[in-house]
Design a protein around this ligand. Structure first.
Ligand code: ATP
Length: 131
């Protein structure tokens, strides 16, 4: 018989339900970290950017916003890949379109973040170098 999945959103105790939802979200983070090399690279770059921002006195809010956009899109991309692999394990052009488009969302966000990052970081780096 098929196993019934947990539904923390309808847990009779709302506190326990919310706690369970957090736990499953944590499992999602662990899944992405374990299975997605790009996610691990982006998390590493995020910590480097935060360290650099503190050191160079770059405003933290825009840096955090860039990190938020890239990491959340990567997590959504990871979820979409999992769903596509579940429903379409063999080649299908629509599965390809779904995965390629989700990957494109991460690419666009990463490219724009890189440009904004350069605009934020290059002036203070040049100032430190005395240029
Ligand atoms: N079921 C499928 N049908 C057609 N094309 C597919 C399918 N699965 C994957 N692909 C193609 O392969 C590409 C990479 O797939 P996928 O993202 O699952 O691999 P990956 O190794 O996890 O890559 P990454 O994690 O870097 O995105 C997709 O963007 C798509 O073009």
């Amino acid at each position: 018989m098929a196993r019934v999945p947990p539904r923390p959103g309808t847990h009779p105790d709302p506190v326990k339900g919310v706690a369970e939802s957090f736990r499953y979200a944590g499992e999602g983070l662990r899944y992405a970290w374990k299975n997605q090399r790009n996610f691990r690279i982006e998390v590493t770059l995020a910590f480097a950017a935060l360290g650099g921002a503190v050191w160079l006195e770059v405003p933290l809010i825009p840096v955090l916003m860039l990190i938020l956009v890239v990491l959340t899109l990567e997590l959504v991309n990871t979820a979409l890949e999992a769903v596509v692999d579940l429903v379409q394990p063999t080649y299908h052009p629509v599965a390809k379109a779904a995965k390629d488009t989700a990957a494109a969302a991460v690419l666009v966000a990463s490219a724009i973040s890189a440009v904004v990052g350069l605009i934020l970081f290059v002036p203070p780096i040049l100032a430190r170098l005395g240029v």
